[in-house]
Design a protein around this ligand. Structure first.
Ligand SMILES: [Cu+2]
Length: 457
């Protein structure tokens, strides 16, 4: 069984002791992932063939084949998730991580999923988007009794259609999803050539409210979150999406936060090729550079990575590309802050004055409380990256080997293709009729009686 386990980087498997404690010798093993690194899984050794997805800062759950049924074992449990180096969160998740592992099956597979509850309260698992018998839908109280602590339930159904899905509890949802209980599910097409791409990335959008200095999310928060994450990682700790130039790329994302996220890609146009309802007919697709993902929705975008470079890929809500320390800072743009910093610090101890010429907090180093992240961090080859949260880079390289996801480092721009400082003379600013001529901001003075003013061509 679980032939893939030896290939899972960083994965550790709990021994028989844990399984027997779960109460049944027939239960499949419940592998545990201890690392928040992206674990690239090879093609499956058992079952129908498929091209595995790459879960951003996550992993896929091994299974065993038993009498033609694909068996998985999920363990709902408290976990410690590294949101980024320097910040850990006490979350709830599955098999050692939050989000839980990605489940990958093939259209037509009969799937049996054991769910062991090691949480301090009852739970259930809803298989979002699956067409299945009502009693397997995981809505506690409606389609099944809740799974009490210490108990194991079994779900069984046929993965009837290929597509992009997720799983999450339908029991004390507000608390359990605010604590990170969710996972990705991909049902691959029966014909491996159908919908084939060269790279297929998946992640969930999630948000947490963890006050600086604390470790556990506030589960009653409705809108005012301070950590915006891809798969419970905040930039610069989200791995880049590394591709080879010319690759056909799919990125699938699902939203289990409390608000929508307009996800934006630089340097390329893409099409929404699928949703959690299925594939979009090619004739019904249109080009986009941003697609909004509403709460409870999933989107699979596709494009050809034909433009080499390091391209930003992020939520377009600017507050969602900020980390925890960026949300209560007074705006002093345009204010001469001489003497003001001292007064502000009396009101808001520990805060620095946001720049009177804009933010530019990236280069300011203030002492942080324990266990939080500066509002924006990360350093590129040209300086500070003033981003955090839901932000990463699509790295397109002509020489990236096929199937290689290792970070190739900064993009090496061809000579003469980078925006640069201009040090020559500036042309006169064009003038509107009747307006007094303006002197240019820098550069040599311009004789406005000659080139500017009312002299129209
Ligand atoms: Cu957002």
């Amino acid at each position: 069984m679980t032939n893939r386990r030896s290939f899972l980087t960083g994965a550790t498997l709990l021994g028989a002791g844990m399984v027997s404690r779960a109460g049944a010798a027939t239960l499949p093993e419940a592998p545990v992932q201890s690392s928040a690194a992206t674990a690239v899984t090879p093609a499956p050794a058992t079952g129908r063939p498929f091209n595995p997805v790459v879960t951003l800062n996550g992993w896929s759950l091994p299974w065993r084949m038993k009498d033609g049924v694909k068996e998985f074992h999920l363990v709902a449990e408290p976990v410690v998730r590294e949101i980024a180096p320097g910040m850990h969160a006490n979350l709830w998740g599955y098999n050692g991580q939050s989000p839980g592992p990605t489940i990958e099956v093939v259209e037509g597979d009969r799937v049996r999923i054991f769910v062991t509850n090691k949480l301090p309260e009852h739970t259930s698992v809803h298989w979002h988007g699956q067409i299945l018998p009502n009693g397997m839908d995981g809505v506690s109280g409606v389609t099944q009794p809740a799974i009490q602590p210490g108990k194991t339930f079994v779900y069984e159904f046929v993965a009837r259609h290929a597509g992009t899905f997720m799983y999450h509890p339908h029991a004390d949802e507000m608390a359990q999803m605010a604590m990170g209980m969710m996972g990705f599910w991909v049902t691959h097409p029966k014909d491996i050539r159908q919908h084939a791409v060269d790279r297929d990335f998946v992640f969930l959008l999630n948000a947490y409210d963890i006050e600086p200095g604390r470790y556990t999310p506030s589960v009653n928060t409705m809108l005012d979150f301070n950590l915006w994450t891809f798969n419970s990682r905040a930039f610069p700790a989200i791995d880049p999406l590394v591709v080879r130039q010319g690759d056909r790329v799919r990125i699938r994302a699902g939203n289990l936060t409390m608000t929508n996220h307009p996800i934006h890609l630089h340097g390329h146009t893409f099409e929404v090729a699928g949703t959690d309802g299925g594939w979009v007919r090619p004739s019904a697709r249109w080009p986009e550079v941003t697609t909004d993902i509403a709460v409870g929705q999933m989107r699979a975008i596709e494009f050809v990575a034909d433009n080499p470079g390091d391209w930003a890929f992020h939520c377009h809500k600017s507050h969602h590309t900020m980390n925890a320390m960026g949300h209560d800072v007074p705006n002093l743009i345009g204010v001469d802050h001489r003497g003001v910093a001292e007064k502000i610090n009396r009101l808001v101890p520990g805060y620095m004055v946001m720049g009177d010429k804009g933010g530019s907090m990236g280069s300011m180093r203030m002492p942080l409380p324990e266990n939080t992240l500066p509002m924006m961090t990360g350093t590129g080859q040209f300086g500070e990256i003033e981003m955090g949260g839901m932000f990463t880079l699509l790295k397109v390289r002509p020489d990236q080997p096929r199937g290689d996801y290792r970070d190739p480092g900064h993009y090496r721009h061809p000579p003469g293709t980078v925006a640069r400082e201009w040090t020559g003379n500036l042309p006169p600013a064009p003038q509107a009729p009747g307006m007094p001529a303006l002197a240019p901001a820098t550069g040599a003075p311009v004789d406005v009686t000659r080139g500017g003013g009312h002299d129209h061509h």
